[in-house]
Design a protein around this ligand. Structure first.
Ligand SMILES: [Zn+2]
Length: 251
């Protein structure tokens, strides 16, 4: 039924207010959708970061364990070599011709025995470290598992909300574009400015129990009457929001 006209037809104050009221209700519905998504996008991002951090930590733990395991096999090699030398020196000792030679070999023997003791000590330390790290590894693993489960749940919650609200949001956006074209530029500018300054996104409010519906400051009964008459556009003298008469006021 609507015919497209380039020039806007002159609207009555009442009609202008009606447009602003519609624009406000569209904007409020869009705001609600955003509130519904709320912290979810942020929570999902945080969880993803946390899982990534934990995975890096787990890798570090495992690298340290691998390093210690490598160290243990190195120490076992040291022990093997020392064992071979000890056997060789013990044979050599049988063939010595004097005390000096015996003592010299004995020194080598002592040295190799100390090498074995030292290697054993290093192995014990490494094993101890690996044991400790086992609980870190399993703790981190279960933390990752738990966080991943929460992430999965939050992600699907967010996807659900997006899926459910996508169409509504697109519909609202289209409505908004349409009505914005119809609203007088000067009023639209004022509306956008008030809305951007208001925390709850309300630029158009009703008067409730003699108070502004936006900032709750008292409104005089004269102002209230004028709002009800819809002969001119009134704004709250405290917050600047545009007043509309409540639905029940329609004559
Ligand atoms: Zn106010």
């Amino acid at each position: 039924m609507t015919t497209k006209k380039t020039d806007k037809k002159e609207l009555s104050i009442s009609e202008k207010l009606e447009q602003l009221s519609m624009l406000q209700s569209i904007d409020s519905s869009i705001d609600e959708i955003k509130i519904l998504r709320g912290e979810l996008p942020l929570e999902v991002q945080d969880l993803e970061d946390e899982v990534e951090g934990l995975t890096t930590r787990l890798e570090n733990f495992q690298n340290e364990v691998d390093e210690k395991k490598e160290n243990i096999s190195k120490q076992n090699e040291v022990k093997k070599e020392a064992d071979l030398l000890i056997k060789k020196y013990e044979k050599d000792q049988m063939k010595v011709r004097n005390n000096r030679e015996f003592d010299a070999i004995n020194k080598e023997l002592e040295y190799q025995k100390l090498e074995i003791e030292l290697a054993d000590k290093k192995i014990r330390e490494a094993e101890h470290f690996i044991d400790d790290q086992k609980s870190n590894v399993s703790g981190t693993k279960s933390r990752i598992k738990e966080r991943k489960a929460t992430l999965k749940q939050k992600k699907s919650e967010l996807e659900d909300i997006i899926k459910k609200t996508e169409k509504d949001e697109q519909k609202l956006d289209r409505k908004k574009v349409k009505i914005k074209k119809e609203v007088e530029e000067r009023l639209l500018f004022a509306y956008e400015r008030i809305r951007s300054n208001s925390r709850n996104g309300l630029a158009v409010v009703e008067i409730n129990r003699g108070a502004c519906g936006g900032c709750f400051n008292k409104v005089t009964s004269q102002q209230e009457l004028e709002v009800r008459n819809r002969k001119k556009i009134l704004v709250c003298e405290h917050c600047g929001r545009i007043f509309i008469s409540s639905k029940g006021d329609k004559e």
